[in-house]
Design a protein around this ligand. Sequence first.
Ligand SMILES: Cc1cc2nc3c(=O)[nH]c(=O)nc-3n(C[C@H](O)[C@H](O)[C@H](O)COP(=O)(O)OP(=O)(O)OC[C@H]3O[C@@H](n4cnc5c(N)ncnc54)[C@H](O)[C@@H]3O)c2cc1C
Length: 459
Amino acid sequence: MSRHFDAIVIGAGQAGPSLAGRLTGAGMTVALVERKLFGGTCVNTGCMPTKTLIASAYAAHVARRGADYGVMLDAPLRIDMVRVKARADAVSANARAGVEAWLRGMKGCTVIEGHARFIAPDTIGVGEEHLSAPRIFINVGGRAVVPDLPGIDRIRYLTNTSMLKLDRVPRHLIVIGGSYIGLEFAQMYRRFGAAVTVVEMKPRLVSREDEDVSQAIREILESEGIAVRTSAECIHFAPHAEGVAVGVECTTGDPEIVGTDVLLAVGRRPNTDDLGLEQAGVKTDARGYIQVDDSLTTSTAGIWALGDCNGRGAFTHTAYNDFEIVAANLLDGEQRKVSERILGYALYIDPPLGRVGMTETEARATGRKLLIGRRPMGRVARAVERDETQGFMKVIVDSETKRIVGATILGIGGDEAIHGILDIMNAGVPYHVLQRAMPIHPTVSELIPTMLGGMPTAD
Ligand SMILES: Cc1cc2nc3c(=O)[nH]c(=O)nc-3n(C[C@H](O)[C@H](O)[C@H](O)COP(=O)(O)OP(=O)(O)OC[C@H]3O[C@@H](n4cnc5c(N)ncnc54)[C@H](O)[C@@H]3O)c2cc1C
């Protein structure tokens, strides 16, 4: 059977459904193909369930610290992991059902469940059916990398997806990978009561960030009893009576760690290996990411790639912004470009890391003269009042143009407060505009003008 549409969208993740909404709104017929769960990674196995679990972990953490605030809990704290999981499942299920109902009720949109594969540049196959359209939008996302490490085939391991099915607290969770996803799970499970060890191959955690950020994050995690093993250059696995033995060969410490469960959090790979891209002439890079130009068109005219699969972002907001760019260019006569956007993101450990623009290392590598402001969170009245003073904030300014080129807020409210800086960067105005604003007291944001006012020139 063969059907023709004005457009085909592959994947109901963070870009596809909204794009289907705009295209059908413009009068087009659209086929939206989803092979698994409506809402994709963010809704089902990413942002939503993890941030819901993190909220439970935070509640446990605050309850344990109750006495610091004069709030006495006389009974011992107990985590009911079945209820914790049910809460996360409910949040995901609700959002998933919302996306599905929206798409199924969308006039002009035909929802097809199954795995899409290209047959020709304008045709895909889904099971026995062939669908064709002059415009095809690929929004297939990615999945966890399972690294080819010695012994991996001999052990049971968890990924971010199977981790969410746990309704028990592991006795000792070993997290392989000390980056964004791994650290969120590490702290969350420590707060649920597990012993946790983070094993990272590189010499420091979250190595894309500046060294001072990596170090502060390590201190935050270690202060909660999480063991961190960096420079684990030769990770290998073996079954053990307790669960799993992980050989690490670190420069310091024991060469082997024994745990009950292992979580692999060593990166993501795009879902492009089984998409028949070669039938459509769509090129990928060496890691499988679809190559796109500044307007997200692939190497084949009439085919676009949005979201994680194009390697131009790895976040829900970058996927959604991809949708906005493609829709504006196709339907609103605009000429928006991916290269024009300023990247911001957060790491949701507690306290969170809010980031925007360049790191200090990246800014220094450009060779330009910089002004750098830095303040510990202990200077933030709000943090002191809440007795949550871990972390610091840092801002980097181009001393010639007076524009902010990057910033970091590692501290309570950092994921929200960073938006003040993101907004001023998007406005394209000098840092004085933010420095002279009158912020609200007591907030985390109120220290930003003070920090900007006292910036020494960087060496
Ligand atoms: C544990 C974890 C936590 C995260 N936390 C955050 C966070 O806090 N904030 C944030 O911004 N980002 C977070 N992310 C990243 C975020 O989830 C992704 O960046 C985002 O979901 C990407 O959206 P997407 O639309 O590109 O792809 P996806 O959401 O992955 O959607 C792709 C869809 O395509 C479908 N599909 C794939 N191949 C085919 C095919 N051949 N045929 C039909 N359908 C197909 C898939 O089933 C899926 O539904 C997190 C990710 C993980 C793993």
